[in-house]
Write a protein that binds this ligand. Structure first.
Ligand SMILES: [Zn+2]
Ligand SMILES: [Zn+2]
Length: 152
């Protein structure tokens, strides 16, 4: 959904709304951004929380996320980091506090449709399981991408 045309030093950009929802649709959220950047995270917490070899997260600022319908339930998955999920179906919708910079992470698989996602890097590769292989040329980081994370 196109919201408005804007102009930046890089030229005209279009602000877009990217909608997402939980499995049963009780939680509906909207990201308002010009593009979607994401990372694949191989940390052990993401692995267990998602039940998968890695999780793909869109990173955004709090003002770019609006919960349109529903109320999330949080739990503290590591010190001062909270994961939020739908109380009805359990879909993992949001991670906050993990990077210490106020940014949020949205599990990309909850986005509607086939949004144009730009994968920037693989992170926490040090915790990757052997049965999960990386077969592309994107940057791989042992922990956070440089400039991101709790110690940035
Ligand atoms: Zn992770
Ligand atoms: Zn749900």
């Amino acid at each position: 959904m196109v919201l408005e045309g804007t102009t930046s030093v890089l030229g005209p950009r279009t602000l877009m709304a990217f909608d997402g929802r939980c499995l049963v649709g009780q939680i509906h959220y909207r990201l308002t951004r010009r593009f979607l950047n994401a990372v694949h995270c191989y940390c052990s917490i993401c692995r267990r929380a998602h039940g998968t070899g890695f999780s793909t997260h869109v990173v955004c600022r709090p003002d770019q996320l609006k919960i349109v319908t529903g109320t999330l339930i949080d739990y503290e998955s590591s010190a001062s980091a909270f994961r939020s999920f739908c109380p009805c179906c359990g879909s993992h919708i949001l991670i906050q506090g993990q990077s210490g910079d106020g940014n949020l992470a949205i599990p990309a698989g909850t986005l509607d449709g086939l949004p144009d996602l730009t994968i920037l890097a693989h992170i926490f590769v040090a915790e990757k399981v052997d049965w999960c292989q990386i077969n592309d040329g994107l940057p791989q980081h042992q922990g956070w991408s440089p400039g991101y994370g709790a110690t940035a």
